[in-house]
Design a binder for this molecule. Structure first.
Ligand code: NAD
Length: 256
């Protein structure tokens, strides 16, 4: 379905971003990976699906590197058709203890980077009259949790950005939508589970159970593959008129 299209997925060396990249590749899209840490393994996984795969270590907190990433994607593959703004970080602390530099980094990576990728990718999408901007927000784009002020602000912000962008592109073949995952067992969440187990003197398994029990009624983690399949749907003709939506995949979290 996506043969001939190119997807840039920010923060795709692990977790949800990699899950989305693999599902888009399975539909035939070429993929530009981005993120820190090992990239040879993820690149080999994408290439095994028979598509072309590039990699850039551009830092999503640096506007000049973001612009270079978009330009490099267009130069290497000829177009950038599917932009998945996924890179994200977390820090947990009460407001009065929240390090200001962590606040700035979270807003820059989780929110502002999507503005920069989008503003550079949009002219090409509009010229071809087809494009998909998929923002990976969170249930924390819809509801809050204590000690996550910067993260919650960034995720509420990206839902606002998604809606404004959807209005600006409403009469074109470019759509903008958001995915709002609940708990997904990735390194970002594993750290919160490990911290909780250490803090409360309980096992990692018990910490996992408590984490789910507190927020996610299904008591099941959402998987990166499920989110990848939702991204594929957002790229399908069935979603041509899906605009400015924020779809929860959160086991019922936001329904409470
Ligand atoms: P993860 O830690 O597994 O992956 C994060 C990715 O972002 C990695 O590839 C990392 O290298 C990259 N990254 C981090 N800082 C970067 C930077 N400055 N520049 C470029 N890349 C950078 O985390 P994840 O859980 O897969 O999270 C992915 C997205 O999903 C984030 O936006 C996160 O907020 C969101 N999310 C996660 C969950 C969850 O439960 N895991 C729930 C809701 C939303």
């Amino acid at each position: 379905m996506l043969k001939g299209k190119t997807a840039l997925v920010t923060g795709s060396t692990s977790g949800i971003g990699l899950g989305i990249a693999l599902r888009l590749a399975a539909q035939g899209a070429n993929v530009m990976l981005n993120g820190f840490g090992d990239h040879a393994g993820p690149k080999a996984q994408v290439e095994a699906l028979g598509v072309k795969c590039g990699y850039s270590g551009a830092d999503m907190s640096k506007p000049a590197e973001i612009e270079a990433l978009v330009k490099a994607t267009e130069a290497e593959f000829g177009s950038l058709d599917i932009l998945v703004n996924n890179a994200g970080i977390q820090h947990v602390a009460n407001v009065e203890d929240f390090p200001p530099e962590k606040w700035d980094a979270i807003i820059a990576i989780n929110l502002t980077s999507a503005f920069h990728t989008t503003r550079h990718a949009l002219p090409g999408m509009k010229a071809r009259n087809w494009g998909r901007v998929i923002n990976v927000a969170s249930t924390h784009g819809l509801v809050a949790s204590a000690q996550k002020s910067a993260y919650v602000a960034s995720k509420h912000g990206i839902l606002g950005f998604t809606k404004a962008l959807a209005l600006e592109t409403a009469t074109t073949g470019v759509t903008a939508n958001a995915i709002c995952p609940g708990w997904v067992l990735t390194p970002l969440v594993q750290k919160q589970i490990d911290d909780r187990a250490a803090r409360e003197g309980i096992s990692v398994e018990a910490a996992k159970r408590d984490l789910l029990g507190e927020k996610q009624p299904s008591l099941q983690f959402t998987t990166p593959e499920q989110l990848g399949d939702l991204a594929v749907f957002m790229c399908s003709p069935a979603a041509d008129n899906l605009r400015g939506a924020a779809i929860n995949v959160d086991g019922g979290w936001a329904a409470q």
